[in-house]
Design a protein around this ligand. Structure first.
Ligand code: ASP
Length: 347
C-alpha cells in the first residue's frame, strides 16, 4: 500500500490512528456522472466527526481510495504491519475506514494478524450525499471504541450503527440497510450509547495461529465453493488444474454435500487442504451427528478439516494466511482446531 496523504490533528491526549481506504464512506459523485465513487481520502472523510473528537488526537492516513472489493489479503498483511508499529509506538488504538462489502473478511484477516490494542473497522451504508448518511456517526463511534482501554484484548472489532461486533463473527447481512451487520452466532459484544462504549461481553482471546514473520509475499489462491441443490460438483474437478492451493467448501446445514461430491472432495483432500464449513452463516460445522454419504462425519473422516465456528469466508481467510506461511495440511488442521478451541472454550 502507498500512503498518498498523512494529516495530524491538534492536541496531545489520547492518540488514535485512522487509516482510510475508500468505500461508500468516501464516495461522492465528483464528476456529476450519476454514480458515486470512492474519491475522498484522508481527513476529507471526517465531515462532522471532527467536532466530536473531544480529547482524542487523531492521525489520519489515507492508504487507498477503492471499493472494498479491490482490497486483498496482501493489503491486510501490509496494514497489520503498520498497525503493530502504531500500537507499539504508543497509539491507544487504530481505526480502519473501508467499504462494507468485504469488511467481514478484511477485519478478520486483521484479527488474525494484529496485536492486542483496540483495532476497529468501520464504514458506511449511505454515502455522504445521501439523506441520513451514516459515515460520520460510524466513524465517531469507531474512534470512541478504539480509544477505550477497556477494549484491549477484545480482538479486532467492526463498529457499525452503534453496535460493536467481533470480527470473527460479524457478517454483512443486508445489501442496503444501515443496520446491515449481524453476528448471528454470538451477537454483538457491545454498543456505543450517548458517545460512551458499553462492552457487555468479552470475547475469548483467540489463539495466535499465524506467525506474521513467516508470511510470504504471495498469498496462495484458495477457492470458496458453496454447495447448491442438485450440485454435480464439476467445479471441484477443475480446481487443481486452475492452480488453487486450498479449498473451502460451504456445505448444506451442519456441513453436508450431495453423495456424488464425496469422491471429488476426498480426492482433493488428498492433495491440498480442504476445509468444511456451513453455508448457513451461523453456528459450528457439526462433527458427530450424521452418518450418511456426504455427511459431516463422512467428510471429516475422509480428511476434510472442520471450519469450526468460522463461516466459509472467514475460513478462506484463515486458510489463505496459513498457506502463505507455508503450513502443510497437518499444520493447517491443527491451527483450525486450536483457533476453534480458543474461541469456544471447547477442550
Ligand atoms: N457498498 C460498499 C460500501 O458500503 C462499497 C464498498 O464496499 O466499497 O462501502
Amino acid at each position: 500500500m502507498t500512503a498518498p496523504s498523512s494529516e495530524r490533528g491538534a492536541g496531545t491526549r489520547t492518540r488514535v490512528v485512522l487509516y482510510t481506504t475508500g468505500g461508500t464512506i468516501a464516495s461522492t459523485d465528483a464528476d456529476g456522472s450519476g454514480g458515486v465513487r470512492p474519491n475522498l481520502g484522508g481527513a476529507a472523510l471526517l465531515g462532522d466527526t471532527a467536532g466530536a473528537l473531544g480529547d482524542i488526537d487523531l492521525e489520519v492516513i489515507g492508504v487507498r481510495q477503492v471499493p472494498s472489493g479491490e482490497l486483498t489479503l496482501r493489503d491486510a498483511i501490509e496494514l497489520s504491519d503498520r498497525i503493530r508499529h502504531d500500537l507499539d509506538g504508543g497509539a491507544a488504538g487504530v481505526v480502519i475506514a473501508q467499504g462494507t462489502d468485504t469488511i467481514e473478511e478484511f477485519a478478520f484477516a486483521l484479527d488474525l494478524l494484529s496485536t492486542d490494542g483496540p483495532v476497529v473497522v468501520t464504514g458506511a451504508m449511505r454515502h455522504p450525499g445521501e439523506l441520513g448518511a451514516d459515515g460520520p456517526a460510524n466513524l465517531a463511534a469507531a474512534i470512541r471504541v478504539a480509544s477505550d482501554p477497556g477494549m484491549r484484548g477484545s480482538g479486532v472489532t467492526v463498529v457499525m450503527n452503534d453496535e460493536i461486533h467481533a470480527a470473527r463473527f460479524v457478517r454483512k447481512s443486508d445489501s442496503s440497510s444501515p443496520a446491515a451487520f449481524a453476528s448471528r452466532t454470538a451477537g454483538p459484544i457491545g454498543r456505543v450509547v450517548e458517545g460512551r462504549v458499553r462492552r457487555y461481553v468479552s470475547p475469548a482471546v483467540l489463539a495466535r495461529v499465524i506467525e506474521p514473520t513467516r508470511l510470504s509475499a504471495d498469498v496462495p489462491a484458495v477457492a470458496l465453493v458453496t454447495c447448491a441443490l442438485g450440485d454435480d460438483g464439476r467445479v471441484l474437478e477443475r480446481l487443481l488444474e486452475l492452480g488453487y492451493a486450498g479449498v473451502v467448501v460451504e456445505g448444506f446445514g451442519g456441513g453436508h454435500v450431495p453423495g456424488r461430491l464425496v469422491g471429488p472432495l476426498a480426492a482433493l483432500a488428498g492433495q491440498v487442504p480442504v476445509v468444511l464449513a456451513s453455508r448457513t452463516g451461523a453456528g459450528d460445522t457439526l462433527e458427530t451427528t450424521y452418518g450418511y454419504d456426504g455427511s459431516e462425519r463422512d467428510l471429516l473422516g475422509r480428511g476434510l478439516i472442520s471450519a469450526g465456528f468460522l463461516d466459509g469466508r472467514k475460513a478462506r481467510v484463515l486458510l489463505s494466511l496459513l498457506l502463505a506461511t507455508g503450513a502443510p495440511t497437518a499444520q493447517v488442521a491443527a491451527a483450525f482446531a486450536s483457533l476453534h478451541r480458543s474461541a469456544t472454550g471447547l477442550a
